[in-house]
Design a protein around this ligand. Structure first.
Ligand SMILES: CC(C)(COP(=O)(O)OP(=O)(O)OC[C@H]1O[C@@H](n2cnc3c(N)ncnc32)[C@H](O)[C@@H]1OP(=O)(O)O)[C@@H](O)C(=O)NCCC(=O)NCCS
Length: 150
């Protein structure tokens, strides 16, 4: 895909990021988690919460034309909030966002990235070289703690 740009996000992007994440959670993660867990996650990605978290994370968006089609963030040594528009998944955007974030983290001195993977994304992260560290559970939502040496 030619016209994709990955750039640092700003506060003005919070609403578009919120819309993207909430839609992706419902469509993609909805296959793997019960409805009450999905709604907890959706509530956690309201635009105001996305905006507040930008103060403590480096957030990036992948933009196609004027549309935000993917997002990823770095908080400390943790890869966070990777979501790709369901209509464009399996076209390489997720891998590009992870490559971008790993390069950014490396520049900032991070030696090992960790993340909390959804059940949905585990195979993707394994493909990207992350290893399983532990199974975790928060508020009844199961995730996989994974890590990769940079
Ligand atoms: C997980 C996600 C970010 C992957 O993004 P994507 O753009 O679809 O992934 P890519 O097209 O870059 O795939 C890269 C590689 O991983 C593979 N892959 C993608 N999803 C996979 C999966 N669920 N299981 C196994 N492999 C997968 C692809 O086939 C591709 O392999 P290849 O290089 O051999 O062709 C995306 O599917 C998504 O947003 N999922 C829902 C939200 C989510 O769970 N995010 C993670 C929160 S922790």
């Amino acid at each position: 895909m030619e016209d994709l740009v990955i750039r640092a996000a700003c506060l003005d992007d919070a609403a578009a990021i919120s819309t993207l994440v909430q839609r992706t959670v419902r469509i993609s993660n909805g296959k793997d988690y019960p409805a009450n867990s999905i709604e907890l996650i959706v509530a956690n990605f309201a635009a105001d919460k996305v905006g507040e978290r930008m103060a403590e994370r480096d957030v990036f968006v992948c933009q196609q034309g004027d549309r935000v089609v993917g997002t990823i963030a770095l908080g400390g040594d943790r890869l966070r909030t990777l979501f790709v528009d369901p209509d464009l998944q399996h076209t390489g955007i997720g891998a590009r966002l992870v490559d971008h974030l790993e390069a950014h983290a490396r520049k900032g001195g991070v030696r090992e990235l960790t993340l909390s993977s959804s059940l949905t994304a585990r195979g993707f992260y394994e493909r990207m070289g992350y290893r399983l560290i532990a199974l975790e559970e928060h508020d009844g939502v199961s995730t996989f703690l994974m890590g990769k040496l940079l």
